[in-house]
Design a protein around this ligand. Structure first.
Ligand code: NDP
Ligand code: HSE
Length: 436
């Protein structure tokens, strides 16, 4: 059978890793796909740059359109990143009748609805396994492996850079900026690393996971997003003393009122497996009504782990070439005309438990004032601890864990607590999930 011809846009971390895996495992891949898969063309911005892969035998160009417009190319791998010019490249590739494999979560989260509609019109596949959780086949697991379930919720550590930073800070006491620089050098971070540390990258990924879990259109703009830059060592230590770890989670939960979509630092009981996912590793915990909870774990970033997902998509595309488009696995797991219009809840309507830390004067009545405010907002306290004053300070840190409450009530309670003359500074609030 005629070999399948692949053109790669981008020869950086993921593109280079993909060339290496496709080349090294070519024989094994051909046995799986049923025919040879050959990289004939690739593009990069600066052709003089040293590469992590051997490009011998591949025709190189610095213009991605050379590949997109080449009638010989069957599958275009978009491994450049960003959601600007790349969107036009992908739409042109689709218009040219090419299948597309991408690792680009921002592209899919922001423009996936349009891209999938155009791909369906043309009868081509847009595959994006590598866009979420690096090498973990989480898209396939939810879209196919769990397709008999009603998904109730999912929670994941879905940014490798962020988890690497939190782990190094906690375990080795390293500096935030120093660890971020290492993550960049290792090729884990996004071109703009604020996407990693401010939770935007995780929000892109959560958008995709929520769509395939609940059968809703992609709605990135509705994700509540908080990053990891405000997490302090003090809170990490207090959380540990209470039996919790702080992890940066993406959470999607279907409730009777609508869907919660949120990315934020979260206290998780330390006994949970997901609380022990460290370094660049990612994990996604999915709760289905039939299967119960299931956990998916693996490398969340890096050249070859991500290439593993890209190559699996290429093989899937090749296998699907002989099937009618209407018999293929739908892009967003549910048939395109069966996507549901379930509302995504505003942040104030999220329900969760909380860790609160505040600094208060060490005198009678202060704790009573705080607990009175919480009670007036129907917030029940699970635990309360008063610590010794921090070195050189007179105010004492008070740590509270609450039961599940409405975010709107918590917002109002925090405003009232911060207004107390006996409380100084801001109240630190971190959400808490038991993930039971
Ligand atoms: P890199 O920055 O390492 O590579 C990007 C590549 O695109 C480079 O080869 C660059 O060329 C090329 N490029 C950039 N702009 C253009 C342009 N205008 N025209 C042609 N080529 C261009 O990025 P990554 O490999 O890390 O990421 C690629 C994609 O994969 C992104 O969407 C990212 O979010 C996603 N991803 C990344 C993971 C990771 O671990 N790094 C994991 C999962 C997904 P040159 O090399 O000459 O500069
Ligand atoms: N920057 C991303 C991360 C790459 O660190 O998770 C993988 O999507």
């Amino acid at each position: 059978m005629k070999p399948i011809k692949v053109g790669i846009l981008g020869l950086g971390t993921v593109g280079g890793g993909t060339v290496n895996v496709l080349t090294r495992n070519a024989a094994e891949i051909a046995r799986r796909a049923g025919r040879d898969i050959v990289i004939t063309r690739a593009s990069a911005k600066d052709l003089a740059k040293p590469r992590i892969c051997n490009t011998e035998g591949i025709t190189l160009t610095n213009d991605p359109m050379d590949i997109i417009n080449d009638p010989e190319i069957d599958i275009v791998l978009e491994l450049i990143g960003g959601a600007g010019a790349v969107k036009d490249m992908v739409l042109t590739a689709i218009a040219n009748g090419k299948h597309v494999v991408t690792a680009n979560k921002s592209l899919i989260a922001l423009h996936g609805n349009e891209i999938f509609a155009k791909a369906s019109e043309k009868g081509v596949i847009v595959a994006f396994e590598a866009a979420v959780a690096g090498g973990i086949p989480i898209i396939k697991a939810i879209r196919e492996g769990l397709s008999g379930n009603q998904i109730q919720w999912l929670a994941g550590i879905i940014n490798g850079t962020g988890n690497f930073i939190l782990t190094e800070m906690r375990d080795k006491g390293r500096d935030f900026a120093d660890v971020l620089a290492e993550a960049q050098a290792l090729g884990y971070a996004e071109a703009d690393p604020t996407f990693d540390v401010e939770g935007i990258d995780a929000a892109h990924k959560l958008t995709i996971l929520a769509s395939i879990a609940f059968g809703i259109p992609l709605q990135f703009e509705k994700v509540y997003t908080e990053g990891i830059t405000q997490i302090t060592r003090t809170d990490v230590e207090y959380a540990e003393q209470l039996g919790y770890r702080i992890k940066h989670l993406g959470i999607a939960r279907k409730t009777a009122e609508g869907i919660e979509l949120r990315v934020h630092p979260t206290l998780i009981p330390e006994r949970r497996l997901i609380a022990n996912v460290n370094g660049v590793m990612n994990a996604v915990l999915v709760k289905g009504d039939a299967v119960g909870p299931s956990l998916y774990y693996g490398a969340g970033a890096g050249a070859e782990p991500t290439a593993s997902a890209v190559v699996a998509d290429v093989i899937d595309v090749v296998r699907a070439l002989t099937s009618d488009p209407e018999n293929r696995v739908p892009h967003l797991a549910f048939q395109a005309d069966a996507l549901a219009d379930i509302p995504v809840l505003a942040a104030e309507r999220i329900k969760t438990a909380y860790y609160l830390r505040l600094n208060a004067e060490d005198k009678p009545g202060v704790l009573a004032d705080v607990t009175r405010i919480l009670a007036s907002h129907n917030i029940s306290i699970e635990a309360i601890i008063q610590k010794e004053p921090l070195k050189g300070e007179t105010a004492v840190p008070i740590i509270l864990l609450t039961q599940i409450t409405l975010e709107q009530e918590m917002n109002a309670a925090i405003v009232a607590i911060e207004a107390l003359s006996t409380v100084s500074g801001k109240v630190c609030r971190i959400r808490l999930e038991t993930l039971g």
